[in-house]
Each structure stands twice: as C-alpha cells, then as structure tokens.
Ligand binder design. Sequence first.
Ligand SMILES: Cc1cc2nc3c(=O)[nH]c(=O)nc-3n(C[C@H](O)[C@H](O)[C@H](O)COP(=O)(O)OP(=O)(O)OC[C@H]3O[C@@H](n4cnc5c(N)ncnc54)[C@H](O)[C@@H]3O)c2cc1C
Length: 418
Amino acid sequence: MNTNSGPRHVAIIGAGIVGLSVAWFLQEAGVDVTVLERSEVGVGSSWGNAGWISPGLSIPLPEPSVLRYGLKSILDGDSPLYVPPTFDPGIWRFLVNFARHCNMRDWKSAMGALMALNRLAIPAYEQLAQAEEGLEVHTAPIVAAFRNSSEAAALLHEFEMIRSSGQALETSVLEGPQVREQVPQLSTDVGFAIRIDGQRYIDPSTFTAALAAAVTKRGGRILTGQAVTSIGRAMGRVAVSTAVGDVLRCDAAVVATGAWMNTLARGLGVKRQVQAGRGYSFVVPTSRPVPSPIYFPSVRVACTPSGSDALRVAGTMEFRSPDAAFDAKRVMAIVRSATPLLDEVDWSARRLDWVGPRPVTGDGLPLIGESAIPGVYIAGGHGMWGVTLGPATGQELARQIVEGKTPPELLPFLPTRR
Ligand SMILES: Cc1cc2nc3c(=O)[nH]c(=O)nc-3n(C[C@H](O)[C@H](O)[C@H](O)COP(=O)(O)OP(=O)(O)OC[C@H]3O[C@@H](n4cnc5c(N)ncnc54)[C@H](O)[C@@H]3O)c2cc1C
C-alpha cells in the first residue's frame, strides 16, 4: 500500500522491457499501474534482441571510431551499419547530431553518466529474479572471438577506455586451443578470444512475457491494442488519450515507447530525437548446447544460447523508420558473415527471422525523468543497452516518481536536455 503523498495510480505507455520494469518497481512501492500497449506485450525491440545483461560493455554509442567505421560502410548494403539512401530529413538531422558527439570529450562525459546506471543493472535484475518465479537470468561470460590477435586491437583499446573511465571489466585472453575449450562451436578460423566475466543473459521474449505476467499477478492492468495518441493535464490530473477515443485519468504517466518515442515526446518538451537503429536476428539449431554468449566484433554479430539446442544470432544497425518493411537481405548478410566462424550450427534450419528498432539518441544517453509537463515522465532511448538498463531504469524512475526527487544517478538523463 502506498502510504506517502506520491501518486497512487500511474499509466505506463509501452509494454517493452523498460515500461514493464517501471511498472513492476512502481508496484514494489505500492503504486497501482495500468500499462497501455498499442500492439502486444514485448513486440518492440524487447522481443528478439541478443538478451545480454552486460553492464561492463554498456558504453555510449557515439565515439570517434564509430564515425570512421560509419563513413566507410554507411551505404554498403552488406555492412553491419547501414543507412538506406533516403531523403528523410529526420534521419539526416539525427546523423549530423550523432556525428557531433563522436569525440572523446563527449564520450568520456557520457561514459561517466552511464557508469552510475550500469552499476545498478545486475542488482536490479537480481531483485526481480528473487521476487518472481519464471524470471530466469543466466550467468555466463561473453566470449569475444577473432581470427587473430591483431583483429582484437580495436576492442582491447575500447576496454582500456572503459577501464580508464573507472568501469570495472574482468577479462582474460584465450589463444589457440583454449578458444574451443571455452566454446566448442567456434570454428578453426577463430584463433584468439577475450573472455568477459561478470555478465548475464536472458531469453528476451520469455523474460518480457514473464515480467508482464508478474505485473498482472500483482494487480496491474495491461491493456493491449491501445495506441496512445496524446497525454496532457486536465483538472489537476494526467489524461492519457487513446486512438479509440478513451481517456484514462491518472496521477502520473510514463512514456516508454522505445523507438516510437518522438511521436508523444515532442509534445512534452523533449527536444532530443530518438532514431530507430534497427537490428535483425534469427534462431538456428546447434548439435549441442552453446555454453555462453559469443560476440564477433569484426562483423558486429552477437550470438546468445537459446534453450539447450539453439543459438540466437543478431546483428546490423540500420538507421531507418521503426516501421519500415523487414529486409531479408540484412538477415542473409548476417548469415554470410557468421557462417565461417561457427561450427555445429544448422544454418539451413534458420527460424524466427526478426527485425526490431533500438531506440538510439544522438548523444548516446537514455532519456529518463520528468518531461516539461508535470507528472509526465519519459523512460527510453537506451539504444544498444535497453535490456541491460531496463530494470535499473525502472527502479530509479519509480523512486523519482514516488519520492518526488530526482535520484543523482538520473540527473544526466533529463529528457528535456538540449
Ligand atoms: C538486434 C538487437 C540486439 C540487441 N541486443 C541487446 C542486448 O544484448 N542487450 C541489451 O541491453 N540491449 C540489446 N538491444 C537493445 C534493446 O533491445 C532495446 O534497447 C530495448 O529492448 C528497448 O526497450 P523499450 O522498452 O525501450 O522499447 P520496446 O521494447 O521497443 O518497447 C516499446 C513499446 O512501446 C509500444 N508503443 C509504441 N508507441 C506506442 C503508443 N503510441 N501507444 C502505446 N504503445 C506504444 C511498442 O509497441 C512497444 O511494445 C538489442 C536490440 C536489437 C535490435
């Protein structure tokens, strides 16, 4: 029971990992929640992603090497980073803004901000997993795999940057036969690897569905097929209007609409644009269990065990509308790049082809906190790391909503920043 003077009923818009985490942590503080989702639970970016809870690797996306890499590859249809030829001024405005932040000064300051949230990531998952049956979190190292040691130079440099910012990262080098002792499915093309300890992973769609079930079991309402069209204040309360003309009146609302954020957030004083950085994934059977997640940095492909006999393979950053059509060529580009690096995988039995939009911001920081409308909050824009940071975001934003004070960890993520 919520005994303080904070809000008693909060509407959350968007049933992805971020919105559902906000809902669960609000309930933890005794708040009544209603989640409005335009489609089905977890159908956005939270469905087929790689599922890594990897605070050690959660760093701002804009950095100088991304810019160099981007310029070389941006119009190459087979490249992991892709911007289709487009006249959409929104995408070009985003890219210019993103490029402006690709410098070391901005990276260091954004890294300092992210680190404080990263530290809360695993404890927030532990709290969820301890409280609820069915929220399964796996512990395993991530293995970054390379053809040879020189291919690893860029990632090792990134690790130095991460450590010099003060973020802990426990790594060890594997060479020759050690590589396949760690992950038997790595092909003999792989001669060098780095093992990153202390991380976790989930099956994202199962986890999101189980989190939604937990919110419902605790008395929350999840209304699917309810697209929210506007949010404002009326008669001292927050009014959330839906496409079918319903109006939900509540004490506060949280917009957690992922890559679709701009539509509602623009009217709430949010100036920062959220751009969809679409990624693709699919699942392939393996002849025996894969012991841990695998990352192939040279082709930007992430693989995650899916049950005991399959691997989810994910990749690509395609800056495009979140609702653009699925592009089968992107999946085939991932298959081509990963095939020589993995054994014991039946590529011909590929299933669950998927595309989802990462909610990317130009400065590489999420938007978390109160909008320009009192009582209306924003939670999103986590880009590559929304799974890692979803529960920590939910925990801290719930604290802010209930206590009426911004936790220090959230200060850099003010949604109304310029
Ligand atoms: C290929 C790929 C791999 C990834 N791997 C990882 C990883 O390993 N680790 C990691 O930390 N992150 C990863 N990510 C990123 C992560 O998936 C996202 O950051 C995260 O899922 C974003 O969650 P969200 O809840 O903000 O958005 P979403 O999951 O997209 O949820 C937003 C929801 O809002 C709903 N919605 C939108 N508009 C409205 C409206 N008007 N009214 C009502 N509902 C609305 C949508 O239908 C959707 O369900 C990956 C992403 C991709 C694409």
